[in-house]
Design a protein around this ligand. Sequence first.
Ligand code: M6R
Length: 609
Amino acid sequence: MCGIFGCVLKEGNAAPVIRSSLKRLEYRGYDSVGIATISDGKIYLKKDQGKIDDVHKILNLDDLPGNIGIGHTRWATHGAPLKVNSHPHADCTGEIMVVHNGIIENFMALRTELQNLDHTFVSKTDTEVIPHLIEETLKENPKLSFVDAVQESLKRLEGSYALAIISTKEPDKIICARNESPLVLGINGNGVFCASDIPAFLPVTNKAVMVNNGELVILTAQGYEIKKIRDSSPVSREPVTIEWTAEMAVKQGYPHFMIKEIHEQPETLRNTLRMQEHYLDLLTTFLDRANEVFLVACGTSYHACLAASYMFSKLAFLPTYPVYASEFIEQHGKSVNIDSTILAVSQSGETADTIAAVTCAQQRAATILSLTNVIGSTLTRISRVYIGQQSGPEIGVAATKTFTSQLSVLAQLALRLAKKRGKVSQDEIDSLEENLDKLPDIVDTVVKTQEEKVKQIAKKYKDSKVFFFLGRGISTATAYEGRLKLMEIAYIPSIAFPAGESKHGPISLVENGFPVVFICPKDDSHKTLIGNIMEMKARGASIIAVVEEGDEEIKTLADEYVEVPKGIPSVLSPIPFAVPLQLLAYYVALEKGYNPDMPRNLAKSVTVK
Ligand code: M6R
């Protein structure tokens, strides 16, 4: 999730406007920054790794000349957060400059094709194929205008993009285009702006034009022209007035980052389905060879590991051991060895306990693999192979979108391993892959249709002194995650355990009105889970069930229920089933008057042991 910005001004230099606008997009990523402008038909470029203010101090980004330019603040996905991978990216001649937010899925094929045509690539990014592709299109069709060459090139891109492109060939314009990644225009008396998000230009204008998927826009000092990439048909769209304050705009109108991030999950899940095949394959190879695999993490990331242990076991017949990172050294520090494999999972890649566990295992020659949201983090530096989960920055302290992304990547790994090991039938693999692809839409449906219902449940149960969260099988991980969310932001003591454990002790706590949240996918554990619900009901518990649509059996037993679309395979169920629990925690916190983005005593990244 990077931030892009561009502007064509009637008067004044573009670079200071671009820099200050990028600053307001820094919440989208801050691994590197770059600005390119055009003046007197020449390109001027400055870029480097690091945050905008730090890079500006050294390079003085404002002194680039020209009234037209583009800029980028990066959240690394393809390629480490280094200067060479910073945007803007150029073609071989340096006459075409591109900034990009999104993921070009077919970049490897395009890169090979272009390299065979003698194009020289300098970065590891997917973006770099775009300027080279435009250059090649122009070479092959010298009669095409620059805009037409861009349009033709866009037709060859697969994946997501918001792009802003400048070139000395038509130095008075910016061409931008959108497919899935956000793009919006701003208009004022002094020019036009394009950006990933409204806050970028809000201090200079509140007149915005939304760009839709499949559209290309030509910006000049005189205004903007929108057309369809597919067939050049013109699109007429008037600006709308944005009433948000700057603070509201960063949260896209949501009152908190947490709820914004919950709502972002369909998009982040789509991004995680665009993982780099190469890294998935490499990790799969290491996991396939492993003698023993420890899944090491803290907090929410640990819950993703717990769910993954069911996925690896059920799909790939690979036993794995989920371990709290803070316990790893005590529990396995002496026995871990050259034959051990660690798959560490950490959103931040900086969690002290996870780094300590991994360092211990590394010193004992174990193989270190990792999954993280922050490329360039400590964890990526000490891993033999890592994969980025591509969720974009998460600002709310409570992990939400990064949890479901982790689950999606881990499910993809488990599926790959299953394929490699030939343990499940091709039909089953095909069906699981189809279901994985559907998850972004399913999560979208859950958020859209169940949020109101969850709000009412939160109102009703906000004063409960304690909650139980129960599930069986892989849903135990979902239950643990629901419990953690409620505790950390609504400060309600909560207990989670596998539902089968109830009668071995915890059920003694239950009395009239005691809220018990059951996670109820329609999987092999469904029948037994109904028995567990009955046990709780018999003792007066209030049952809050997360069920599959049409699960009349549980719906009639429950005091409250929230529905998730039906037909989700058990191994994928934690992704959609976790969403109502995130919403529950959020709305209970609001009911109690707490700020869910900043829970007391907690930090986003826990860098002490
Ligand atoms: O960055 P990490 O994934 O390593 O962080 C692990 C935990 O600190 C984190 O998941 C924490 O539990 C969150 N506050 C949960 O919402």
